[in-house]
Ligand binder design. Structure first.
Ligand code: MN
Length: 247
């Protein structure tokens, strides 16, 4: 995740599976199965732990606050032990709570609104930041945006894809930016893949961006190299990571 000036302000943890025969698999190939079987719970714990440990290490090494974003699936979010697990991982890793951002998608958030608000309130009380992911693909209810105690709205990549050509995408992003500003949330545009998309988003006043144009998913060691270059200055946004893989 980067600002208009190309400074990296955060990283999103993405899971990969090193399959013995099929090589490196992206979540699309296995995450639904782990969600169905419940395997997502132990995997999610490992991802959260590794992400927080990495972020804590970077906090010490670079001395600048970098947000670590971690995605929560439906099953993880409805796990009654989630809040305690997050509290534990913050205590064990020593990561500043406000440097952890937990992301849930809009569709997960609206499954049971009262329970969502209660869980978000409890997570909020730990001091972590909260994000609505893939915004615009679910119900996009403005009422929910007002009721959910979230800090960040992540605009779905589908609106970013054609933003430099399609005035409707532009209008949607402008509307979300205005809305998010009005309720005190920060907006991140996801899936920025070209310089044209980036220029357009910055022109609309979008404060934060992430995607392949800023940095491709990379393992932890390569992410560190890119962070080092970006944070020590003299770097272009194109070399900055927005994503890191874990597990
Ligand atoms: Mn996400």
């Amino acid at each position: 995740m980067a600002t208009a000036t190309g400074a990296v302000v955060g990283v999103e943890a993405l899971v990969r599976w090193h399959h013995p025969d099929r090589g490196l698999l992206e979540p699309g190939h296995f995450i639904n199965l782990t969600e169905e079987t419940g395997l997502i719970l132990p995997i999610g714990r490992i991802v959260l732990g590794q992400a927080c440990r990495a972020a804590r290490g970077w906090q010490d090494r670079f001395g600048v606050p970098l947000t670590m974003s971690v995605n929560l699936s439906a099953r993880q979010f409805s796990n009654p032990e989630l809040v305690q697990e997050v509290a534990d991982v913050l205590r064990i890793t020593g990561l500043r709570a406000d440097l952890l951002c937990l992301e849930i998608t809009e569709s997960v958030a609206v499954e049971d609104v009262d329970r969502t608000i209660s869980t978000l309130d409890q997570l909020k009380a730990l001091g972590v930041r909260l994000a609505i992911d893939d915004f615009g693909t679910g119900f996009s209810s403005l009422t929910y945006l007002k009721r959910f105690p979230v800090d960040v709205v992540k605009i779905d990549r589908s609106f970013v894809m054609g933003i430099d050509a399609d005035p409707v995408d532009s209008a949607i992003v402008t509307a979300v930016l205005g809305l998010a500003n009005a309720v005190g949330m920060v907006t991140v545009a996801e899936g920025v893949e070209t310089a044209e998309q980036l220029d357009h988003l910055l022109g609309l006043g979008c404060p934060l961006v992430q995607g392949y144009h800023l940095g491709r998913p990379a393992p932890r060691d390569l992410t560190e190299v890119a962070l080092e270059r970006n944070l020590r200055g003299a770097d272009t946004p194109s070399a900055a990571p927005s994503l890191a893989s874990t597990a």
